[in-house]
Design a protein around this ligand. Structure first.
Ligand SMILES: [Cu+2]
Length: 173
């Protein structure tokens, strides 16, 4: 069921364009099962250099991210009660990105979208299923949250900037 074997080559290609961080996680393959993911702490503001050993599987989602310049694979953030996604992160020609654009979480996880204040007015809209729709606002520090209970893939967009590639997905396992 897992598709891990494709990841290595994909990561290599990705690293060429996004730089550094991705290489760290994929070279050591011996099972050090303990604790890799606990990278809280030192959460400096704004910098978008990867989060250590996150796995970034480059899934296609039916072309969902074809216009999304900042899509860098699915960030595996499973096992956390809450996950934060920036709204108005740098990307797509300005502050027109969700970051990370794609996250994988465990069921029961609350995703918290937090506005950076950059890129103008944004919102977070799950149009496919109509499960959630945030306010349309520019306010830095504004937050919107939704708790995902059922497994599936939940695509969402920023309506004003969708055509620029400001879209995202939450994968719930
Ligand atoms: Cu937007």
């Amino acid at each position: 069921m897992t598709q891990r074997f494709t990841r290595r080559s994909v990561l290599r290609a990705t690293a060429a364009s996004t730089g550094i961080a991705l290489l760290a996680g994929c070279s050591s393959s011996s099972g050090d099962g303990s604790g890799g993911a606990g990278d809280e702490g030192g959460d400096g503001d704004g910098s978008s250099d990867g989060e250590g050993t996150s796995e970034h599987e480059m899934r296609d989602f039916g072309g969902w991210f074809d216009r999304t310049g900042n899509y860098d694979g699915v960030h595996d953030l499973t096992g956390q009660d809450q996950v934060t996604v920036a709204v108005g992160a740098a990307g797509n020609g300005g502050g027109y990105a969700f970051a990370p654009a794609a996250v994988q979480v465990s069921s029961g996880t609350t995703v918290l979208w937090e506005w950076t204040g950059n890129g103008g007015t944004h919102n977070v809209v799950n149009r496919e299923d109509g499960l959630f729709e945030s306010e349309l606002t520019v306010s830095e520090g504004h937050t919107f949250e939704y708790t995902f209970e059922e497994s599936g893939e939940y695509k969402y967009v920023c309506v004003p900037h969708e055509t620029l590639g400001m879209v995202g997905v939450v994968v719930v396992e």
